[in-house]
Design a protein around this ligand. Structure first.
Ligand code: CMC
Length: 390
């Protein structure tokens, strides 16, 4: 195996050069295209951030209007794609439905599968950004046994998604500005995070020249795992367990985690890159307070989560390992207050991460230095041996 270096989990290996997202894990810094995440979360919008990630610069107001209009034209799903969604069992996990439907987009939109034709890549980009929220809402409706709605293109992307999710064909739907703003902000916080597991998956699949729909579909699967995007639902499940099996005794649960007897790690804690407070978690923590208060929701889980954080941040086990709350720690409590069931949390992460995946795939495809991703290995199996003679 010559010069091959073993790096399990790619702890020290850069797989590409990228100009999209900058993270300094020790200082707790995150920037998209140079803009600090807290400024974007406070002042920008999810669509504007999507534009920034994909095209490299903030849009002018005309560019943003054009981008928004293009996306609005593509929010509907092909009626036959709805048949595919209808065929899944009602208790199907919405992440599986999401990934399958995105994969199927490649069969419905064969006119935009080229990876080299810029116009086709652009069309696939717009189709994905426009249709993923619709698919996600339909997966939700399916799980509830409720009728689906057609998108309303007078609404913006986040409002449209909320209406498709929580609206009924028989009633007018009124947006709640607190929910819309908070969800838009959460999507911004999730929009990119450089070479994480799902983004690396999107790049690896794309590096073999698979089309954008196939690459994103693979990314959604990667995101579904509880160590990655699935952590946001795992946090809520963990808080349920603490409530039900530990009588709400957070300290007792943390002891079990430390002794590796809890069956899980402390979900929503720790990060491969952040060895300091995750800057996104700080923003989400404040948002949780504001949103719950504005919605008049008094969830004892928020108090439990705060206590859990307090214990962990002062406990030697977590301190010595530099384990801090990550972006997923408080998001679930907000999503729950908005009315989303736990299975939908990771789907929300996927909607937020989509522009990042697309930006990274496009950057890779445009980079002349790109090669097919093909890691090496250290072989530890048998040396040559002869097939037994009869
Ligand atoms: N609870 C308890 N112990 C932990 C945790 C945790 N959440 N995270 C890491 N550790 C321990 C780990 O057991 C190890 O201890 P020891 O040296 O005694 O074996 C040490 O800390 C180093 O951890 P690691 O597993 O080598 O770290 P990693 O960089 O491979 O893993 C991680 C990073 C995020 C997968 C991990 O911290 C984890 O599983 N966290 C819980 C799941 C989670 O919240 N994931 C969301 C991550 S952020 C958003 C996203 O990626 O989607």
């Amino acid at each position: 195996t010559g010069n091959v270096t073993l790096d399990v989990g790619f702890v020290n290996t850069a797989s590409c050069k990228s100009a999209i997202t900058y993270i300094d894990g020790d200082a707790g810094i995150l920037r998209y295209r140079g803009y600090p995440i807290d400024q974007l979360a406070e002042k920008s919008s999810f669509l504007e951030v999507s534009y920034l990630l994909i095209y490299g610069e903030l849009p002018t107001s005309e560019q943003l209007a054009e981008f928004t209009a293009k996306i609005q034209r593509h929010t509907m799903l092909h009626e036959d794609l709805k048949d595919l969604l209808a065929a899944f069992p009602r208790d199907a996990h919405p992440m599986s439905v999401l990934s399958a439907a995105v994969s199927a987009l490649g069969t419905f939109y064969q006119d935009s599968l080229s990876i080299t034709d810029k116009d086709q890549v652009e069309l696939s980009t717009i189709r994905l950004l426009a249709k993923l929220p619709t698919i996600a809402a339909y997966a939700f409706k399916k799980s509830q046994g409720q009728p689906t709605l057609y998108p309303d293109n007078n609404l913006d992307l986040v409002e449209n998604f909320l209406r498709l999710t929580f609206g009924y064909p028989t009633e007018d739907w009124t947006p709640n500005p607190v929910v819309t703003k908070a969800l838009d902000q959460l999507f911004i916080l999730h929009a990119d995070h450089e070479q994480n597991c799902s983004t690396s998956t999107v790049r690896l699949v794309g590096s073999g020249h698979a089309n954008l729909f196939s690459s994103i579909s693979a990314g959604i699967h990667a995101l579904s795992g509880p160590l990655h995007g699935g952590a946001n639902s795992a946090v809520l499940e963990m808080l349920d367990t603490i409530e039900q099996d530990f009588g709400g005794d957070v300290d007792k649960f943390v002891e079990k985690v430390k002794n590796k007897e809890a069956g899980v790690k402390l979900m929503g804690f720790g990060h491969r890159v952040y060895k300091n407070y995750d800057p996104r978690a700080a923003i989400v923590k404040n948002a949780a307070d504001e949103v719950l208060q504005a919605l008049g929701v008094d969830d004892p889980k928020l108090a439990m989560a705060r206590r859990l954080e307090e214990i962990a941040l002062s406990d030697e086990y977590f301190v010595s390992r530099k384990l801090y709350p990550n972006v997923d720690f408080y998001t679930g409590i907000i999503y729950k207050a908005m009315g989303f069931p736990t299975e939908m949390f990771t789907v929300l992460f996927a909607i937020g991460r989509l522009p990042g995946w697309i930006a990274q795939w496009r950057e890779m495809m445009e980079d002349p230095a790109t090669k097919i991703g093909r890691p090496r290995q250290i072989y530890i199996g048998e040396t040559e041996r002869d097939y037994p003679s009869a």
